[in-house]
Design a protein around this ligand. Structure first.
Ligand SMILES: [Zn+2]
Length: 351
């Protein structure tokens, strides 16, 4: 089978090696401080804008720095774009009843602003969204009511997919439920661009034999998985990168325990990269959050399949033929990355 030059290769993973921050160290320090407050300490957007305005005022107070003040951005959202901190995601309208998914916008939408124009015509919602990177209109047609049938020849679901809300005396048609799925190819591309990660990723296959097991690699079963007859999947040739993931899924209350008499459960889907040692494996920045299924309740086992199918499709491609990356921290000239999904790690309810 020919090797696909897909996604990340087409989108060029060189982008993860470009220096994005301003060259002026003072401007860089202002932006990093603002981003830390905005993201890690959850400062509201208006608060982050005030912080930037304060920084501008400080610069203006010094004659030698006043010219720099005009370069300080006003909107903290533009910092997220500048530093490329948002994950690449794809949005779907999710049926609140059967959890069937309808593609809502194209991938790699960088604009963080909510859609503003929508209209109803011949039973479909035509949604226009704008991309900051490419100034073009994207129109996606989605039925107003769910057309999915659970089994062949059964009645269609028929659940409404949109609602109308009034914002500033203007009516907006918005999805009742949305599901965002993260792009695994882009996530792997970003991970492999981190120089510090490469030393850890290739040690998993060559652990010294111990009398007692500390990790699942000590059992040896992962290394016995075959890519094809007579060829083990791991560790693979040095010119390529082979990854092993585990799968995890669990429901949680997004409002913690603050709600009164109501229980809302969202269901998150993760992949854990087993190549990493245990102390790095479960760090949030090293875990792949595939998506969070919203809802008032847990989806049934069959309803989860709509979300899992998206993950299965990309993992099949990662297994064979693999995904070609134009550059990684270990392979400057690019390499093929192949991946397997082996164990499911979750509680008995999720299993
Ligand atoms: Zn439905």
């Amino acid at each position: 089978m020919p090797l696909h030059s897909v996604a990340v290769s087409d989108n060029d993973s060189e982008g993860y090696f470009v220096m994005r921050h301003p060259r002026n160290p003072m401007l860089h320090a202002i932006y990093v401080t603002t981003l830390v407050m905005y993201i890690l300490y959850r400062l509201p957007r208006h608060g982050a804008a005030v912080l930037l305005a304060g920084m501008r005022s400080i610069l203006k107070s010094q004659a030698s720095l006043s010219s720099l003040a005009s370069e300080v951005l006003m909107d903290p959202r533009k910092l997220l774009l500048m530093y490329d901190l948002d994950p690449v995601t794809r949005s779907y309208v999710c049926c609140p009843s059967c959890y069937f998914l309808y593609e809502y916008s194209l991938a790699k939408t960088r604009k963080r602003k909510a859609p503003v124009s929508s209209n109803e015509h011949h039973g479909t919602i035509k949604k226009a969204d704008s991309k900051m990177v490419e100034d073009m209109q994207l129109v996606v047609s989605i039925p107003t009511h769910c057309t999915h049938s659970r089994v062949r020849a059964s009645p269609i679901c028929g659940e409404p997919l949109f609602e109308t809300v009034i914002i500033g005396a203007k009516a907006h048609t918005i999805p009742l439920c949305k599901y965002k799925v993260q792009d695994l190819k882009q996530w792997v591309g970003r991970l492999l661009s981190r120089p510090g990660i490469k030393e850890h990723m290739f040690k998993a296959f060559c652990r010294h034999h111990k009398e007692y097991m500390e990790d699942m690699w000590d059992a040896g079963h992962l290394c016995k998985i075959l890519l094809k007859k007579g060829e083990r999947f791991l560790p693979g040739p040095a010119s390529e990168t082979r990854l092993a993931f585990s799968f995890s899924m669990d429901s949680f209350n997004p409002y913690h325990m603050k709600e009164a008499k109501q229980t809302i459960l969202s269901t998150a889907i993760w992949l854990i990269l087993l190549n990493l040692p245990p102390h790095l494996r479960y760090h949030p920045k090293n875990m792949f959050l595939a998506g969070v299924i919203p809802g008032l309740r847990k989806p049934s086992l069959s309803n989860i399949n709509h979300s899992l199918k998206l993950l299965v499709n990309v993992l099949l491609e990662f297994f064979d033929p693999g995904v070609l990356y134009s550059r990684t921290a270990r392979h400057k000239q690019g390499c093929r990355v192949q991946a397997i999904l082996v164990p499911v790690v979750s509680d008995m309810l999720a299993v």
